[in-house]
Unconditional design. Structure first.
Length: 126
């Protein structure tokens, strides 16, 4: 019984971590055209006891910002360039798809453990 409850907790922690990852991916996509925006990256940390996973601290991607030539932009310097963002939509969409699939896998595990727990309770009641 404790193993079933632990599997529920493990899959719930995975869903929570992937939801946080999806939230930051969506922020990155929303800010893809924001000048000076650095994409947010979430790392995962395994908790020592129980094996659960949690989203670690959010870091800003330090890759170079794209230089955009637009002399009419208010942020343009004397050469007509300004710093864009370092968000690559292809990478963000791939990250979103991976997070979605991981979330769904954790959801299926959670549902399977829930069904097994319910079946165990039904057996005990008989």
């Amino acid at each position: 019984m404790a193993d079933l409850l632990q599997s529920l907790a493990l899959s719930a922690s995975g869903m929570e971590a992937q939801a946080k990852r999806l939230r930051h991916v969506s922020e990155n996509i929303a800010n893809a055209d924001t000048p000076g925006y650095h994409r947010k990256v979430v790392s995962f940390e395994a908790e020592v006891e129980g094996g659960a996973v949690s989203a670690g601290p959010v870091r800003l991607d330090q890759t170079e910002l794209t230089r955009i030539y637009d002399p009419s932009h208010p942020l343009a310097d004397t050469s007509g360039h300004y710093d864009g963002s370092n968000v690559d939509l292809v990478i963000e969409i791939a990250d979103a798809r991976e997070a979605q699939r991981s979330y769904e896998a954790n959801l299926r595990l959670f549902d399977q453990a829930r069904q097994m727990t319910q079946s165990l309770f039904d057996l005990i009641r008989r």
